[in-house]
Write a protein that binds this ligand. Structure first.
Ligand code: COA
Length: 183
């Protein structure tokens, strides 16, 4: 069943992917029908985590984000080529684990994933702040989506718990992630 989500630049149908967004790439809201893509995504994320670009996530965690409806997937010819998920905190939500298959980068998929997750978050968590921990590349996407960099110190400790798994945590707060907030 489609669910229409109001966006900042018009309206998108994203629940089941009936809207073709670019070439053969479809953007769908994760549901249990897409849970089987978690293994593939775990592998993609592991490669980027190894380069220090993002935190690793287990197959189980990813499946949970997909099946709970808190994620957007980009699909092409029956394969998953991109992913982003929403992590729910007390007063905020985080746009997290943004990733695009290396062969599909530079085509606008990453920004569309992030944008659609923003629409989703405004729809299901309308009163929460939207946060993103960006690296050098994803900060370009965040700036285009009107996020601004904020001080690490202003964010609650609950955000930093996840960072315990980051190899750069020993350098905190002088680590490379930029906390960014949607204004
Ligand atoms: C970050 C990532 C998801 C971007 O996906 P993408 O589909 O290639 O990004 P898009 O094509 O939508 O690019 C959107 C904008 O980001 C910027 N951008 C994208 N790739 C860039 C790069 N390699 N260097 C600098 N800017 C870049 C550009 O400003 C681009 O806009 P433009 O095309 O109008 O100039 C992808 O590079 C990726 O999966 N990287 C590895 C995982 C990662 O680092 N995730 C972020 C975790 S915080």
């Amino acid at each position: 069943m489609d669910k229409e989500i109001s966006g900042l630049e018009g309206r998108f149908l994203i629940e089941t992917g009936e809207k073709k967004m670019k070439e053969n790439v479809w953007y769908v809201r994760g549901t249990s029908s897409y849970g089987h893509f978690s293994k593939n995504l775990e592998g993609m994320i592991k490669v980027e985590a190894g380069k220090g670009n993002m935190l690793a996530k287990s197959d189980t965690e990813i499946k949970e984000y997909i099946e709970s409806g808190n994620s957007i997937l980009a699909l092409c010819n029956g394969n998953v080529v991109g992913f982003v998920c929403l992590i729910n905190y007390t007063d905020s939500v985080e746009i997290a684990a943004l990733i695009v298959n290396s062969e599909y980068r530079g085509m606008g998929i990453g920004i569309k994933l992030a944008k659609q997750l923003m629409y989703l978050s405004k729809n299901i968590y309308p009163n929460k702040l939207v946060i993103m921990f960006a690296n050098e590349i994803s900060s370009h996407i965040a700036i285009k989506l009107k996020f601004v960099i904020v001080d690490k110190e202003i964010l609650d400790n609950e955000f930093w718990d996840l960072c315990n798994d980051c190899p750069e945590f020993v350098n905190f707060p002088d680590c490379h992630c930029k906390p960014m907030m949607l204004m």
